[in-house]
Write a protein that binds this ligand. Structure first.
Ligand code: SI3
Length: 294
């Protein structure tokens, strides 16, 4: 699974006023990620893609566009999960036929599923989809915590090859890395990339790599080379940016920053009920761009 390692942008999706996908803008963001941010891959259909507000056909449309635009230039991972197993299977089969390198699925949320139910969801999914799967663990949003022994149980299925680990629990990350040296671990919090790389993650998947990919790669490479203080200096700069983004509204601000970086075709709105950037947020985004990205 070496081919999946690297720095992967969780793809942002621009929407039109009526909630449809702004296809031209999306294609620009994909090209921008590949050509300017020099990322190794795209994670399509994640939180950053506002995926959990979309209907199945729109999710498929986004998988189509990303594959058509990126072709085989970078790693493509399709996030197909949610609370509907049958939809996840259909989307997983769809993305696999399109040629996606792997699928990923969030732990089912909302209902308080037992670990047995979560495990069955993943095993049912990979039984029906001829592809590798990366578990998407994000306990702060799903409420689903998975411990080391449970990850090991999931990894007993050879098609479940790793996890996108979006948590600030570095004790768990260290234990998991030691217990599962042959499985892929992707860091999920961009502001904690350095400590994750020190813990030997195989890659990182995140929203801010869409606009801050070059700096983030420096963190990765410096840390892997053991230059921790230099890496920390770049993480400090990065976190000034990420803190400003989070204070101003995560996805609306990243969309405005993408516009300022040249992806400016059509509307860059959010999918309702998520609010789009207000004029104040747009103005602040320009200040953030000037301060940290120019
Ligand atoms: O699309 C995705 O699934 C992600 O981008 C997940 C990723 O872990 C991001 N988490 C969320 C909730 O957006 C992070 O990249 C996050 O945006 C960043 O670290 C800022 O907190």
């Amino acid at each position: 699974n070496e081919d999946l390692k690297g720095l992967i942008s969780a793809l942002l999706v621009p929407f039109n006023e009526d909630g449809t996908v702004n296809e031209k803008g999306l294609r620009q963001i994909i090209r921008h990620n590949i050509e300017k941010m020099k990322i190794d891959g795209l994670y399509v259909g994640g939180s950053s893609g506002e995926n959990f507000m979309l209907e199945k056909e729109t999710k498929k449309q986004i998988f189509d566009i990303a594959k058509d635009e990126a072709k085989d230039e970078v790693i493509l991972i399709a996030q197909v999960g949610g609370t509907n197993l049958y939809e996840a299977i259909e989307l997983g089969q769809y993305a696999t036929e399109l040629g996606y390198d792997a699928i990923s699925a969030v732990t089912p949320f909302y209902y308080k599923f037992s670990f047995e139910e979560v495990k069955n969801y993943y095993f049912d999914l990979v039984e029906k989809v001829d592809n590798r799967l990366i578990v998407y663990s994000i306990p702060a949003l799903t409420g689903v915590e998975i411990g080391v022994s449970q990850f090991k149980e999931l990894f007993e299925n050879e098609k479940i090859i790793g996890v996108k680990f979006t948590a600030a629990d570095f004790f768990l990350l260290e234990r998991l890395r030691k217990a599962c040296p042959d499985h892929l671990i992707f860091s999920g919090f961009d502001e904690m990339l350095l400590p994750a790389v020190i813990n030997n993650v195989d890659g990182a998947i995140g929203s801010t790599y869409n606009v801050n990919g070059l700096r983030s790669r420096k963190i990765f490479e410096l840390a892997q080379a053991g230059k921790i203080q230099e890496a920390l200096a770049v993480q400090n700069e990065t976190n000034d940016l990420i803190e400003a983004i989070l204070d101003n509204g995560l996805y609306p601000t990243i969309k405005q920053l993408l516009k300022l970086q040249g992806c400016n075709e059509g509307a860059f709105l959010s999918r309702k009920p998520m609010a789009s950037a207000t004029q104040e947020q747009i103005n602040r985004s320009k200040e953030i761009y000037d301060a940290y990205l120019k």
